[in-house]
Design a protein around this ligand. Structure first.
Ligand code: MN
Length: 262
């Protein structure tokens, strides 16, 4: 049996060598193979067949003064801050559809936050506000869905927010619109309605930090790279949803985005 096994091993080795010789140099340079596949997260791009690959999801907190006040902080003294969601937390929502969005586990106070999202095609560290928009590939309409009760409870205990902000499907997102086609957003109406009743209603020019300033500030803390997306914060009047609710999100200049809580 030893002989047979050794022959088998030798034969397998010979086949492996033959296989290795047949692979291209590019594949040989790829290094060890992953032991199982892990999905990549992508976002559709309007007007393109190619998709936008996501590296990281950054979110900015309290970037509208009125929202900062409703969350119990003073926007004049407390600067906006950043947190992250896991890359695979994205739920893509196609234009003209109503996506089913499952009410998540553990929460009894599930909130919407409508936001403008910027998608980066390049990055760097210590980017100046003047150069920041050169790194933006495009924009999308997003929802930073939040388990408000868990976020607040963790905040009260001075623990991380993860469970309130960084869960599955918490980053709802429409497709990306290339800035080359639609330009950059410094103003424009932003709103959210639940079952036809407008709840959030503001203007992008009310953001405390502009998208360019967000990129500049973020790049002081993190080296930004292509594939990073930034949720730019929500205006005031965040609130709860229940199963069956229909959410309609609008940003002037972008197609609407809609989800149903199921
Ligand atoms: Mn938010």
């Amino acid at each position: 049996m030893d002989t047979v096994d050794r022959r088998t091993i030798l034969a397998t080795g010979a086949l492996a060598l033959a296989g290795a010789a047949a692979t291209s140099s590019a594949e040989a340079q790829a290094g060890p193979k992953a032991i199982f596949p892990v999905g990549t997260t992508t976002i559709p791009i309007v007007g393109e067949t190619d998709v936008f690959p996501v590296r990281r999801i950054y979110c900015i907190g309290r970037n509208y003064a009125a929202h900062a006040r409703e969350m119990g902080s003073d926007p004049n003294r407390e600067p906006p801050f950043f947190f992250q969601k896991p890359t695979d937390a994205i739920q893509n929502v196609a234009i003209g559809t109503v996506a089913d969005h499952p009410y998540p586990s553990l929460t009894k106070n599930y909130h919407y936050e409508v936001e403008l999202v910027a998608a980066l095609k390049s990055g760097g560290s210590n980017i100046s506000p003047e150069a920041a928009l050169e790194h933006v590939y495009g924009y999308a309409l997003g929802l930073d869905m939040t388990r408000r009760d868990l976020q607040r409870a963790m905040g009260d205990e001075k623990k991380p927010w993860e469970i309130g902000k960084s869960f599955d499907r918490s980053a709802v997102l429409g497709p990306i619109h290339p800035a080359a086609k639609i330009g950059h957003f410094t103003k424009g109406a932003i709103s959210l309605a639940v079952n036809g009743n407008v709840k959030q209603n503001s203007n992008l020019q009310n953001m405390i930090w502009s998208v360019a300033e967000q990129i500049a500030k973020l790049s002081e803390a993190f080296e930004l790279k292509a594939g990073d997306i930034i949720y730019s914060g929500t205006p005031e009047n965040v609130g709860p949803v229940v199963k069956g609710d229909l959410l309609l999100c609008k940003i002037e200049g972008l197609p609407d985005m809609s989800i149903k809580i199921v």
